[in-house]
Write a new protein. Sequence first.
Length: 671
Amino acid sequence: MGKSDIKKKIEKCREIIRHHDHLYYVLSKPKISDQEYDRLYKKLKDMEDARPELITPDSPTQRVGGKPVEGFPVVRHIVPMMSMDNTYSADELKEFDERIRKNLKGEKYEYVVELKFDGVSVSLLYDNGIWVRGATRGDGAEGDDVSNNLKTIRSIPLTFKEKRKKVPKRIEVRGEVYMTKIGLEEINREKEKMGEGLFANPRNAAAGSLKLLDPRIVARRHLDIFVWGIGHCEGIDFKTHADVFEYLKEAGFRVSPHFKLCNNIEEVIEYCDSWEPKRDKLEFEIDGMVVKVNDLAQQEALGVTAKSPRWAIAYKFPAERALTEIEDIIIQVGRTGVITPVAILKPVHLSGTTVSRATLHNFDEMTRLDVKIGDKVYVEKSGEIIPKILSVAKDKRTGKEKYSPLPTTCPVCGSKLHRAPEEVAIRCENVGCPAQIKERILHFASRSAMDIEGMGDAITNQLVDKGLTRDYGDVYYLKLDDVRDLERMAQKSAANLLSAIEKSKSSDLNRLIYALGIRHVGERAAWILANHFGALEKLSGVSIEELTSIDEIGPVMAESINNFFSSKENLKILKKLTGAGLKMSGGRLKGKGGALEGKTLVVTGTLKHFSRNEAEELIRKRGGSPSSSVSKATDFLVAGEGPGSKLEKAKALGVKIIYEEEFRSMAGGIK
């Protein structure tokens, strides 16, 4: 058989596979069995293996199997991917409509309303109907080229369907990559077995999956996509957004069937309201609706602001609430001995996660709520916010509910509990309590402290239970045999953990001070102390009076620092750290005079050039204060990719929102 005949045979096989991919992954209407599909795929693979010069980038065999990469190149979008302003009520939607009516000066207009998928926005570039690359939204102007990972999503066509009469010369197709609720549960079960941290919601899981360096792992994550529009387009002029939807659908893309043309804002509001009670029935998460002017010429006339289009707006659903039952109330012991009651709930699905527990904070809060085991309670969760018990449904009590007794002894070590007159917290004061030891080691190894990768709950629990570590100083004296004998540890993973421990010895002084776990000393205070003293030895011998003379160090914190360094047990641990070769001093960074000096910043989403910890460290070095929550006191919100609920809260409070490039500029043009 000649080369041209083989080429035709290969292309014919590809077309058949693409057709069945579209039926299965886009239309959910398979017409052949998995076994028949596998035979077709093997046939194509065998033909391509025999004639590798005939393999093309858009072949179905080229989706999965690429080698891991070292990183993701940054690419520029032809048309920027803008963020969208949010509304939270019908009145705000009416205000948006009034602005549209005013700016269009009496022209007739209509809206198209779509679901707002809670995923990761991406841009797919095609030349003459052939896949070129796929990139994340990034900062809107530039994103990461994650083509190899996106190619594992089978509902993304690598070539436009042949039936299209007209194919654009170049087009950017925009969409939202997401993970189903069931997919999240499957991944979290795997991560739990491995002792790894769980994803908070499907959006985080999708974002994390797209940033994996090995596309073979991504392929197992079962990601999917809905396309919702276009950016740049050469060769075809569309009249309306609805026309774009129809074209993309016919070209082979997965377009959501849930959208509606509305003649006025009343119809828009009615459609938005209709989806709030129905959203839980979807297999994926939505966090609102998107409202767009349908006519593209009118969109052009309305224009854009610096960050968002004037012709579109997002309507955000309120925080989700659910009624569930308290099955038990357990007691947790923190690293400083604080006793915290935690409600164990009958599992309920909220904001993309299965909620099975909620903190009750302290026993005064338990009394205020008048909560009992067996009570029906209303639970609220919004985005990444920790689940909160709002109230007890007392009208649903049966009389079988019972109060959880106030503990008098530690549930772990049995020591008598104490409560200081000025404190709400009840504490276990036994510093040798195994629960406290575990929590102190976990805090010491955490990302914001010494950042020891691999030192998670499962490993720490085993180290303490087996008597290998009695404090965080012992971590630096672990041997390969000690670690290798732990459950789920092999030679390589044990060596990696010891390597991470060794690497942490050179951590900055502020990280070490924070890692020590001194009561009331957070990341900001640790940076101030490191900057002021420059060496741990100087800090350890300072008086309360000198400490309180330092800006932002109050008497309570000063007394706590003094008590820490007066403890013989703590001094023994510090001696271990010194003997292990930890860096106990560091250069001082005053960080004065910059744009971040004295400012409070919150970082949310994924940044391209920094991890969250690196960004917060930079803020401190430039004299600012990083915070984990948005409030009226926040000066700037640094928004990365997939910002979540913090962005909405910042907009609602009028907090200035900056993006990564502006943040880097304010921080001094750092690369």
